[in-house]
Design a binder for this molecule. Structure first.
Ligand code: CAA
Length: 260
């Protein structure tokens, strides 16, 4: 579908979703958030898209946060609704049964850092900057920052980042595990596409089940989590892809996967 604030391109099985509001540093207002949730559904339904890259339009920002202009006039009830809308949109991305890579090309502050954290893998340009500056605006992070940041970098580092509102550069973000790799800005998209291509060369159902096992398992106790893994591992043996993958290994050939 057509979007006002997003651009969705397709290239060799990879979807590239641009947050496209460069005049406001790609800030997330309610309309952008609703479009993001819709885009997740569109990507889920599009068989031509096997993996998704999310990035920011323009050369300055990935996303500089939730829209401060819109938030400035909200009541407590409206603030809660705004948080729920953002949380919903990011969960749609997180729950996509396809790999999602954030290519962080500039500022990823507040809701921008939270959007990156809702993606499966984060790659940053050497120009990227990260932070949760909300407490400096008189609010808490509201699109999952208080929940995903400690899961990703540990409680102590999340506390420091959120309570201080410090902004960190890409190298520091990599050091603490907030991003996986840092690339020169010129090669960021090529590296993101290279990684997406590598992921989609693997068995699609195994990739989907692995993502589900990680996302579900991390939220629960280890015994339940191991049982989730065993169930998904078992289902793999009922797929054609498992026969193709293991058959190709034994025949010393390259596997061809059908996603069945
Ligand atoms: N909301 C609305 N508009 C924003 C914005 C935001 N989060 N971030 C930037 N903009 C707008 C600016 O108002 C400005 O608009 P005008 O040209 O109309 O004045 C335009 O984008 C360009 O921004 P700057 O002139 O500020 O650009 P800069 O290069 O000097 O600074 C920046 C860039 C450091 C990212 C700075 O814009 C900034 O600090 N932005 C706000 C970052 C922030 O606090 N984000 C957290 C928001 S709260 C949140 O996200 C809550 C949550 O968890 C859900």
């Amino acid at each position: 579908m057509a979007y006002k604030y997003l651009l969705l391109e397709k290239e060799d099985g990879i979807g590239i979703l641009y947050i496209n509001r460069p005049e406001a540093m790609n800030a997330l207002n309610t309309d952008v958030l609703k479009e993001l949730g819709q885009a997740a559904a569109d990507v889920a339904a599009d068989d031509e898209i096997k993996a998704l890259i999310i990035t920011g339009a323009g050369d300055k920002a990935f996303v500089a946060g939730a829209d401060i202009k819109e938030m400035s006039a909200l009541t407590a009830t409206e603030g809660r609704e705004f948080g729920i809308t953002g949380g919903w949109a990011f969960r749609q991305i997180e729950k996509l049964e396809k790999a999602v890579i954030a290519a962080i090309n500039g500022f990823a502050l507040g809701g921008g850092c939270e959007l990156a954290m809702a993606c499966d893998i984060r790659l940053a340009s050497d120009k990227a900057k990260f932070g949760q500056p909300e407490v400096g605006l008189g609010i808490t992070p509201g699109f999952g920052g208080t929940q995903r940041l400690p899961r990703l970098v540990g409680e102590g580092r999340a506390m420091e980042l959120i309570l201080s509102a410090n902004v960190i550069n890409a190298e520091e973000a990599m050091r603490i595990g907030l991003v996986n790799h840092v690339y020169p800005v010129e090669s960021l998209m090529d590296e993101a596409k290279k990684l997406a291509k590598k992921i989609i060369s693997n068995a699609p159902l195994a990739v989907k089940f692995s993502k589900a096992a990680i996302n579900k398992g991390i939220q629960t106790d280890i015994d339940t989590a191991m049982s989730i893994e065993a169930d998904l591992f078992g289902i793999c043996f009922a797929t054609e892809d498992q026969k193709a993958g293991m058959g190709a290994f034994l025949a010393k050939e390259k596997a061809v996967f059908k996603g069945k």
